[in-house]
Design a protein around this ligand. Structure first.
Ligand code: C2E
Ligand code: CA
Ligand code: CA
Ligand code: CA
Length: 270
């Protein structure tokens, strides 16, 4: 009955019903939803492909409304158009830092930042403030920025990203290979980690040409002193293939789905 819907949230599972909601309703409710803690974080483990160790996790946001889930594809593009995304990105960072601060065995957590967020002057100070408020080591946080967002940035934004790196925060270039960045620009980019786009991983088995491309990307990253992460690994064959190509880290349904906090904690305690 009335008022009981919210109590079902603890039964949350990532596979649960998705809520049908119009764009107008999303915009009308977003600010209050942030105050009311309707946005929650899932954590998807990142696995060292040589040792099988859990070496990190990516925070992925979900909007829980009336016991149902709204997937990010439904609201993030909208928030990028209306500018609200920066509030959500800082919120997710704050929650991820709170998690690290209260879980001594937490690995490095990766937080996604939209191109809109990093365009703001002073975004680097804001990020450092949030992390420092929780008193955690800067090296506990990684920031994922898409290749496309990187390409759209001005020199000043790249300088602010470099400032964050100089403070010990690592930067991942997300969805690498899906955008239009030229390889020559990569040498001057302030990044530590290349996340190879899932499209290449899907293609890696059974398409020799796709495999060749991954191999070259991994070798190039090694020469540029960058770590490589393969996203969207779904099968053992893909995992073995990427390991054989010396890709450092894997993430995907083959290892784990994005997990609610309590399940992620259980995994850490194993
Ligand atoms: P992304 O950053 O590229 O995140 C990876 C997406 O791939 C996630 O989708 C994840 O659940 C999914 N994924 C992981 N492993 C597999 C796999 O093996 N197979 C397949 N098919 N998919 C896999 P999700 O969680 O729906 O997020 C979608 C996108 O929403 C993210 O793509 C990211 O661009 C954006 N996003 C999510 N959380 C945030 C956030 O806090 N801030 C910002 N700015 N964007 C976010
Ligand atoms: Ca990401
Ligand atoms: Ca990605
Ligand atoms: Ca993506």
């Amino acid at each position: 009955g009335k008022g009981t819907a919210d109590t079902t949230i603890h039964k949350f599972s990532p596979e649960m019903d998705t809520l049908r909601i119009s764009n107008n309703d999303i915009v009308a409710n977003m600010a209050k939803a942030l105050d009311d803690q309707e946005f929650i974080l899932l954590y998807q483990p990142k696995i060292n492909l040589s040792t099988g160790e859990l070496v990190g996790a990516e925070a992925l946001v979900r909007w829980m409304r009336h016991g149902k889930m709204i997937p990010p594809d439904k609201f993030i593009p909208l928030f990028e158009r209306n500018g609200f995304i920066k509030h959500l990105d800082y919120y997710v960072l704050d929650k991820a830092c709170a998690f690290v601060a209260t879980h001594p065995d937490a690995p490095k957590i990766s937080v996604n930042l939209s191109g809109v967020t990093i365009m703001q002057s002073g975004f680097d100070r804001r990020i450092l403030n949030i992390i420092d408020q929780h008193g955690i080591a800067h090296s506990q946080i990684d920031l994922e920025i898409t290749e496309t967002a990187f390409v759209e940035q001005f020199e000043e934004s790249l300088g602010r990203i470099q400032n964050l790196r100089s403070k010990g925060i690592t930067i991942s270039m997300d969805d690498f290979g899906a955008g239009i960045s030229s390889l020559s620009r990569l040498k001057n980019m302030p990044i530590d980690i290349l996340k190879i786009d899932r499209a290449f991983i899907v293609d890696s088995i059974g398409n020799p040409r796709g495999g060749h491309i991954i191999k070259c990307v991994v070798q190039m990253a090694q020469k540029l002193n960058m770590e490589t992460v393969a996203e969207g690994i779904e099968t053992r064959a893909q995992e073995e293939f990427l390991h054989n190509l010396c890709c450092d880290v894997g993430q995907g349904y083959y290892f784990n789905r994005p997990l609610p906090e309590n399940e992620f904690i259980k995994l850490l305690n194993q």
